[in-house]
Design a protein around this ligand. Structure first.
Ligand SMILES: NC(=O)c1ccc[n+]([C@@H]2O[C@H](COP(=O)([O-])OP(=O)(O)OC[C@H]3O[C@@H](n4cnc5c(N)ncnc54)[C@H](O)[C@@H]3O)[C@@H](O)[C@H]2O)c1
Length: 248
């Protein structure tokens, strides 16, 4: 249970959903954790209290990751307050699903700004610190739709495909500094993001999943934990699908 003992992780969008499960898993392996989110739900204080019970430090920063100055400042504060920054999980993401005919420029821009540019902004800020440390692990939360595309998600799937390009380019740039960069591509995960989908969309997803069930946030978090751990020291530039076989 100590694979990440005393390492410091930043999880973006960790206020709820998959990010919360990732923060929980990293802390369970001994990491201290900073959670960046633009807003925190009412039960967030109780959540962080449960995490710190084991003696790990958990801090929350209200940061909109599309804001460069705020994100740079938050990463520097993490390094000052927790001593270092070893792991960055670019998890924050949004959807604005619409068929292309009805998709506005604003729908396109905001999804690209959060999912893709926000991940770039966080990567640039965290990598400055990781470069000095000569070690780091960056994990980008992409999606199966970044690999396959999806009707009604031109903006989202383009952002998630872009994140794979960002992953591979930054993996090449940072490899000599002992910083690995990998992406995960979850399939259908049961969170508040997918709770809004209708029964028809849900049934369509389940029909193409060989394992015939959705993914639990904890099942995403366990792969992130592996990629953040020394067990994955020689793994970089990869995209790991967590999808019950959907994209095999
Ligand atoms: N749920 C799924 O089925 C699924 C599948 C594949 C990939 N993903 C990806 O996993 C990640 C997490 O998804 P989730 O289902 O937990 O979503 P969610 O909506 O439950 O959580 C996303 C979190 O990101 C935060 N966030 C949004 N914009 C932000 C910003 N500008 N700055 C800071 N924080 C911001 C939100 O406040 C929220 O807490 C997303 O990147 C999503 O695209 C989800």
């Amino acid at each position: 249970m100590d694979q990440l003992k005393d390492q410091v992780a930043v999880v973006t969008g960790g206020g709820r959903g998959i990010g919360r499960a990732i923060a929980t898993a990293l802390v369970a392996e001994g990491a201290h954790c900073a959670i960046f989110d633009r807003a925190f739900p009412d039960d967030f204080a109780a959540f962080t209290a449960s995490l710190t019970a084991g003696g790990r430090k958990v801090i929350a920063k209200a940061v909109d990751i599309t804001n460069t100055a705020a994100t740079d400042k938050a990463c520097d504060e993490v390094a000052a307050e927790l001593g270092r920054l070893d792991i960055l999980v670019n998890n924050a993401g949004i959807t604005r699903d619409k068929l292309m005919m009805r998709m506005s420029d604003e729908d396109w821009d905001i999804v690209m700004a959060v999912n893709l540019k926000g991940s770039f902004i966080c990567t640039r800020a965290a990598s400055r610190i990781m470069m000095r440390q000569r070690r780091g692990k960056i994990i980008n939360v992409s999606s199966v739709v970044g690999l396959m595309g999806n009707a009604g998600q031109a903006n989202y799937s383009a952002s998630k495909a872009g994140l794979i390009g960002l992953t591979k380019s930054s993996a090449k740039e940072f490899a000599s500094r002992n910083i690995t960069v990998n992406a995960i591509a979850p399939g259908f995960v049961e969170t508040e993001m997918t709770a809004v989908l209708g029964d028809e969309v849900r049934a369509a997803f389940l029909s193409v999943i060989p394992m015939k069930r959705g993914c639990k946030p904890e099942e995403v978090a366990s792969v992130v934990t592996f990629l953040a751990s020394p067990a994955a020291d020689y793994v970089t530039g990869q995209v790991i699908a967590i999808d019950g076989g959907m994209t095999m």
